[in-house]
Design a protein around this ligand. Structure first.
Ligand SMILES: *Cc1c(COP(=O)(O)O)cnc(C)c1O
Length: 468
């Protein structure tokens, strides 16, 4: 199994190369050279497996034997051992047609744990075998960072520096990152938006000498291994609801497009997915694209769902590459114009192809609160603001066929966003016992301006301190 860059100017790599590199040298994103496609019988054979076993088997389709299934099995069992639910990601019925796929039972109470807990172990195992170490740098609008930190804390082959937009994450999100005092963990509060943080991370990766010196690696959603680790839960939900003998649809609260891209990948692998709803808050660039081929960047507006306060969805490039018939030169040129002109020129035929599967849906804060209240009144379910945008999308977007169930990716535990949930329902959802003292733990963070020099100096000092 080989991986190619969406921009075509980087050498192909194997799975481990992609895992450790994150972004390709040409600024592109890695994609499998060919997609594994399962037959109906092969999908049926996956029914009823415990989640870690299912995840190991799906991931093995993308590793080309390195690591092999026998290595992946214990690794994935360990990754999900700390989850707070025996089903790992239970499916909860909300109404006759709509289900919530709860992806928030991991250590940081958000869906990022589903991939990240396994990713930290994959990194550590791979590095240990090679006798290497890395510095992980990542940008987060909230949840990626805490999930990455939980996955990498105290691991000997890894230093980790996470950038977050100062003051724009929820207090729970910030504390889940800044209260981890492990010596290999550092948090940077950057004066700017999430997109600024993401640009800084991309700039560090583009700085080849720095990248080499620090042995930079990524765990944010541009890392292919993360996308691959997000495919199994779509498979699990679909199989539970009757696939491959019954179609399903998904509504996915979306920011960087990584989670919904994993659902698209499952469809590409032959899972019968009738529709994918891309649910956004008022930062609705993807909704505008899907409605009228208008991918124009606007300023990022803070919202009640901060993990979706994103205008430039980095994983969209992977879909673009597919929409353009895997023409890497055209992808590179489209991305260049998007960067310089702030508007992505997608050919009409490619846009039309996207709209055959994807629907967009956007909801402002007022609508989000109304949906949290409606859902609670209708079914007693408490949804966080991200999840609520997904459930609202499932109600609002006309189904391809009303007999097809729709699964909403429930991306965060309601206790992660207690203020919004309380405003909408009058109920303050409690943190699970393992996080109950979060507000009393000491924090550690460093504030920096959104300047590459300052950030690189910090990363260098942090990584050196831990150098062997
Ligand atoms: C990260 C995140 C999202 C967005 O996921 P993407 O893969 O970036 O599209 C949605 N909801 C929550 C709670 C998140 O943490």
């Amino acid at each position: 199994m080989r991986y190619v860059s969406t921009r075509g100017a980087a050498p192909p790599r194997d799975f481990e190369g992609v895992l450790l590199a994150g972004l390709a040298e040409d600024g592109g994103l890695f994609m499998p050279e060919t997609w594994p496609v399962l037959t109906t019988a092969e999908w049926r054979a996956l029914r009823g497996l415990p989640y870690p076993e299912l995840a190991a088997r799906i991931l093995a389709l993308f590793t080309g034997g390195q690591p092999d299934l026998a290595t992946l099995r214990p690794l994935l069992a360990q990754a999900y051992a700390g989850f707070g639910h025996a089903a790992i990601c239970p499916l909860v019925q909300l109404d006759p047609r709509v289900f919530a796929l709860e992806l928030f039972h991991g250590p940081t109470l958000a869906f990022k744990d589903m991939a990240m807990q396994a990713l930290g172990l994959l990194f550590d195992t791979t590095l240990a075998r090679r006798g290497e170490r890395v510095t992980i740098v990542g940008a987060t609008s909230g949840d990626t960072g805490s999930a990455a930190i939980e996955a990498c804390r105290d691991r000997s082959a890894i230093d980790i520096v996470i950038l977050h937009p100062d003051g724009r994450t929820s207090e729970v999100q910030r504390r889940q990152m800044t209260t981890v005092l492990s010596p290999n963990v550092a948090n940077l509060a950057v004066a700017g938006s999430f997109d600024d943080c993401q640009d800084l991370v991309k700039a560090m990766f583009a700085d080849a000498p720095f990248r080499e010196e620090m042995r930079l690696a990524a765990v944010n959603s541009i890392n292919w291994a993360r996308v691959a680790l997000q495919i199994p839960y779509y498979v699990a939900a679909a199989l539970t609801l009757g696939a491959p003998d019954r179609e399903v649809a998904f509504a996915v609260p979306t920011g960087n497009f990584g989670n919904v891209l994993a659902a698209w990948a499952a469809r590409r692998m032959g899972l019968p997915i009738a529709q994918l709803i891309v649910a956004s808050n008022r930062n609705d660039i993807l909704t505008r694209f899907l409605a009228g081929n208008d991918m124009t960047v606007r300023t990022v507006e803070p919202s009640l769902s901060p993990s979706m306060d994103i205008q430039v969805s980095s994983n969209f490039e992977r879909l673009l590459f597919e929409l353009l018939g895997r023409d890497a030169a055209a992808t590179a040129e489209t991305m260049r114009r998007f960067r310089t002109e702030g508007r992505m020129p997608v050919p009409d035929a490619a846009w039309r192809t996207a709209t055959e599967v994807f629907r967009g849906f956007a909801l402002d804060d007022q609508g989000t609160l109304a949906e949290i209240a409606r859902l609670h009144a209708a079914s007693g379910y408490l949804a966080d603001p991200h999840t609520a945008i997904g459930t609202a999308a499932a109600q609002a977007v006309p189904p391809v066929d009303p007999a097809i169930p729709i699964v909403v990716a429930a991306t965060a535990h309601p206790a992660k966003f207690p203020d919004a949930v309380k405003r909408a329902t009058g109920i303050a959802p409690p943190l699970p016992p393992r996080l109950a003292d979060l507000y009393d733990r000491p924090e550690r963070l460093t504030r920096l301006p959104a300047e590459l020099d300052a950030v690189e100096s910090f990363v260098r000092a942090h990584a050196r301190r831990n150098a062997a």
